[in-house]
Design a protein around this ligand. Structure first.
Ligand SMILES: Cc1ncc(COP(=O)(O)O)c(C=O)c1O
Length: 391
């Protein structure tokens, strides 16, 4: 790798910026002095070339109504082709105001009250909350853990998905960080296609796929996958810009696209703001490729660091090793604590704010999710605090 030019060691203080992760500690955890390692944004500085592009736009005196512009679609189309080997057409692409909202819009477009929506739990919790809170019925297909890694029980998958209208896939998976193989994705596609289930492939973490793994956009794995899916992507995780909200959808199937985009257009849900279009247009570039090379390498080193620490100093904890992104699902089951006891240990004794495992479904019992997109110094401090708390 080229020399590391980004500084991931010196992280800025985020208090006083209305940061959910830091300023939200008091309301969420009852203490404002915890080391915050929960919600999935990075403590690293957003890359300067993205900030510069936003500054640059602010140098113009008028912040009027804006449109995406060719820069936006061209950058996305080229990025998907070069990075993920996916050739898309311009009209498959649409703006969505956040991926969770996009999921809600798909559910509203294609399902009615009490229809079933499947998720593979443990999973990013808004998947099932959005379904449930909009009057649909979540159907859970629990993943299996084998050798500290998540796998799909395809018999159960078929049994559960066949009565569902929609299946929400985290590709790669959150909280396990699993990068699904092409064969696994093909099998999901073939089953969903057979039962006319629409697949929402949430690929928000895709650009953070770590070596040696390879991300496969769901829609590219087979003809069936392309026909039954709606894909959501965003530069927000990989370039640390979730506050801007600049996600987008890709729908290659004509029928699904027409129906979904008509719904989005009718209420102007597909209108982004001025900054939303600038982020992908800027991030998806050579500078962006270089940033990702560096940030992924630092994250991989952080994962190694945690893994070594657990092996050598904290044998009572295991981890699901992420194959993508910066979230580690810590397996604390050997401690033999109930979930409230485990939360108490992390918050009260260790002074850490992590996501509790059961937030992602009952299968998360005994787990805590740790966000490691922070300096190695912070991670070392957190692990030492856990060790001391356990002792
Ligand atoms: C799998 C997954 N999807 C979606 C989101 C949130 O996306 P957005 O902020 O665009 O709604 C997250 C954030 O952690 C996530 O992990």
């Amino acid at each position: 790798m080229e020399k590391r030019t980004y500084d991931f060691e010196n992280i800025p203080c985020r208090f006083g910026t209305n940061s959910l992760k830091w300023d939200g500690l008091e309301s969420r955890y009852g203490h404002s002095d915890l080391l915050s390692m929960w919600i999935a944004d990075m403590d690293f500085c957003t890359p300067q070339f993205v900030i510069d592009a936003l500054h640059n736009r602010l140098n113009h005196a008028v912040l009027g109504y804006s449109m995406p512009g060719n820069e936006w679609s061209t950058a996305i189309i080229n990025w998907l082709e070069n990075r993920h080997n996916w050739k898309i057409e311009n009209d498959w692409l649409g703006f969505i105001p956040g991926i969770v909202r996009g999921i809600a819009f798909v559910i509203k477009t294609f399902t009615t009250a009490h229809d079933k929506v499947m998720v593979m739990s443990p999973v990013y919790h808004p998947f099932f909350h959005v379904a449930e809170d909009n009057g649909r019925q979540p159907e859970y297909c629990p993943l299996i853990i084998r050798d500290e890694q998540y796998y799909i029980d395809f018999n159960l998958f078929e049994e559960r998905v066949k009565n569902c209208k929609v299946f929400i896939l985290s590709n790669p998976h959150n909280p396990g960080g699993r990068v699904w193989t092409k064969e696994e994705l093909q099998q999901m596609a073939s089953i969903c296609h057979k039962y006319n289930v629409i697949v929402i492939s949430d690929e928000i973490h895709a650009d953070l796929t770590l070596k040696p793994y390879k991300h496969h956009p769901f829609a590219t794995v087979s003809k069936e996958a392309a026909e039954c899916s709606i894909t959501f992507m965003s530069p927000s995780k990989a370039f640390n810009t979730p506050g801007i909200i600049s996600s987008y959808s890709i729908v290659s199937n004509d029928e699904l696209r027409e129906k979904f985009y008509n719904y989005m257009t009718a209420s102007e849900y597909n209108q982004g703001n001025l900054f939303a279009y600038i982020v992908p247009a800027t991030a998806y570039s050579e500078l962006g490729t270089d940033w990702l090379e560096q940030v992924c390498s630092y994250i991989s080193d952080n994962i190694d660091f945690v893994e070594n620490f657990l092996t050598n100093e904290l044998p009572l904890l295991d981890m699901i090793r992420p194959q993508a992104s910066f979230l580690i699902f810590l397996d604390c089951r050997k401690l033999g604590l109930s979930q409230p006891e485990l939360e108490k240990l992390f918050i009260e004794k260790a002074g850490l704010a992590l996501n509790t495992g059961t937030m992602f479904g009952p299968e998360g019992e005994g787990f805590m999710r740790m966000n490691i997109a922070t300096s190695r110094t912070t991670i070392k401090e957190a692990l030492e605090r856990i060790k001391k708390a356990i002792e």
